[in-house]
Design a protein around this ligand. Structure first.
Ligand code: 4AD
Ligand code: MG
Length: 476
């Protein structure tokens, strides 16, 4: 029986078997305590054995990290800290964990150290809590879209186009790097490659998502995306998961409403379904923040912060208005922004954080960015200078969502692809949707790990995905 079920049902008097990994063992003259966790829930079950019940040889092998099966009677606990405990009748060791070698001894380990043992860190309270919350958020996402008439569309991972036009892609090829077939001009002849053309790992499922929306009206993708940007920050991964809804007949305002409603729904789902794990992570965060200066500590505890987001309207303003706020800020006047502020710049994380964390202290949706800093597919505003883009910025995270209304006019879109140098033959199928039954439509992409960071309060994106891929790091 899973520990979650045992603790929830507290079936006192029942004979049960628990299988899991030993967290601690305490041997006292007249009783032995073994704390076991099976990952189903943050709590351990305490197994209590009278001396002699477990033979000496077996008892020696029961150490922190070993894997055991323990059977006995569930009784009301005599100690504080748990309602029930397991009165041991038999114990078996599946796998030992030599205390001299097993790295996860019961003491505090740094997150940096745990990253080096990512194969074992799911066995810690912190990571098991994060992984359970990650699961619940994924489940809530599918639930939300299913309840709201969206269809889950599986978009390809290998692609011949660059959706974001940023060129930060991983090449997919079966050609021999030492001896590739060449064209007469010395360039690589990709006609001889596996797909007969140059291909990459996708940076976004959006373009194919749009094809789906032009048939099913409401679709979403939820899959891995890859970016070879060499930004070794606490918010970037080379492999991350993105959720991308795409909706026919939605304009920018509808898209903003969807982004707000969707994020509130999934955060609320975590509040309602992950209370124990959130409480654990909230305490972890409080401990961590004790080491920080008072002004760097969060004003709200984790759960309060999540409630605050769910209960309050997001602030909505245009990029141009945001630039004005930044320009009139004390920080700008005192020259304290590292990157200078002026209309037309791509907002840096320091600017986004100022707006969200200092100025508004709430999630913010910024819209109508200059066209030159946004992707080619965004719908041009009447002024010809800005596009119908929207970024959602969250406290402590910065950009969590990027999206837009899409350019649905064939001529304008074709012109934009030419302006930014996208070859028509890599994207003809995308352009054709604007020739055959085009319609206004909008969508966005939310970085799943950034969402998990926000909900768990973790500050490094490497700590919210089981096995992170970052520059120079693809172990496990
Ligand atoms: O803003 P981005 O680049 O938007 C797109 O890819 C659009 N095609 C989405 C759409 O309209 N369908 O990325 C969307 C989100 C970002 O806001 C961020 O949360 C996340 O994806 N993201 C990353 N997360 C982790 N590591 C990275 N390297 C990320 N790059 C983007
Ligand atoms: Mg973006």
């Amino acid at each position: 029986m899973q520990i979650k079920q045992i603790l929830a049902e507290a079936l006192v008097g029942e004979e049960i078997t628990v299988k899991g990994w030993v967290r601690t063992k305490r041997v006292q003259p007249n009783v032995i305590f073994i704390n076991i966790n099976d990952g189903s829930v943050i709590h351990n079950i305490q197994a209590v054995a009278e001396p002699g019940v477990i033979d000496e040889d077996t008892l020696k092998l029961i150490t922190t990290g070993s894997c055991v099966a323990v059977s006995g009677t569930l009784i009301e606990s005599k100690g504080s800290g748990q309602r029930v405990e397991l009165q041991v009748k038999t114990a078996q060791v599946y796998g030992t964990a030599d205390p001299e070698k097993y790295p996860l001894q019961p003491k505090k380990h740094s997150l940096e150290f745990l990253r080096e043992i990512a194969h074992l860190r799911p066995r810690t309270n912190t990571f098991s809590a994060i992984l359970r919350i990650r699961h619940s958020l994924a489940f809530a996402i599918h639930q939300y879209f299913n309840d709201n008439g969206f269809f889950y569309l599986h978009t390809p991972i290998i692609t011949g186009s660059d959706a974001e036009g940023a060129g930060e892609m991983f090449h997919v090829t079966t050609l021999d790097p030492k001896n590739p077939p060449l064209n007469e001009d010395g360039s690589v002849n990709y006609k001889e490659d596996f797909f007969g053309k140059e291909t990459n790992l996708t940076v976004s499922g959006q373009l194919e998502g749009e094809l789906g929306a032009m048939a099913l009206s409401k679709v979403y993708t939820f899959g891995p995306t890859f970016r070879a940007e060499n930004s070794n920050t606490a918010r970037h991964l080379a492999e991350f998961w993105m959720i991308e809804p795409e909706v026919a007949f939605y304009e920018l305002e509808d898209n903003m409403r969807l982004a707000e409603d969707f994020t509130k729904y999934v955060i609320n789902y975590a509040l309602e379904n992950c209370a124990d794990d959130l409480a654990f992570l909230e305490n972890r965060l409080k401990d961590e923040e004790k080491t920080k200066k008072a002004e760097e500590r969060s004003e709200l505890a984790l759960v309060e912060k999540l409630r605050f987001v769910v209960d309050n309207e997001y602030v909505k303003l245009t990029y141009t208005e945001a630039i004005q706020i930044l320009l009139s800020s004390k920080r700008h006047k005192e020259g304290k922004f590292q990157y200078p502020v002026q209309w037309g710049i791509d907002l840096q994380s320091e600017h986004e954080r100022y707006l969200v964390e200092k100025h508004f202290k709430k999630p913010v949706i910024l819209t109508n960015y200059p066209k030159d800093i946004k992707a080619f597919y965004m719908k041009l505003d009447e002024d010809g200078k800005t596009v119908r883009a929207m970024d959602v910025l969250f406290p402590g995270i910065g950009e969590i969502i990027g999206g837009s209304q899409r350019e649905d006019n064939y001529e304008k879109l074709l012109q934009r692809t030419k302006d930014v140098g996208i070859h028509e033959d890599t994207i003809w199928w995308y352009l054709e949707t604007r020739q055959f039954g085009t319609a206004p439509h909008s969508g966005f992409g939310i970085g799943f790990e950034r969402l998990v960071m926000f909900v768990t309060g973790m500050t490094n994106i490497r700590d919210v995905i089981p096995f992170p891929r970052t520059p120079k790091s693809a172990e496990f």
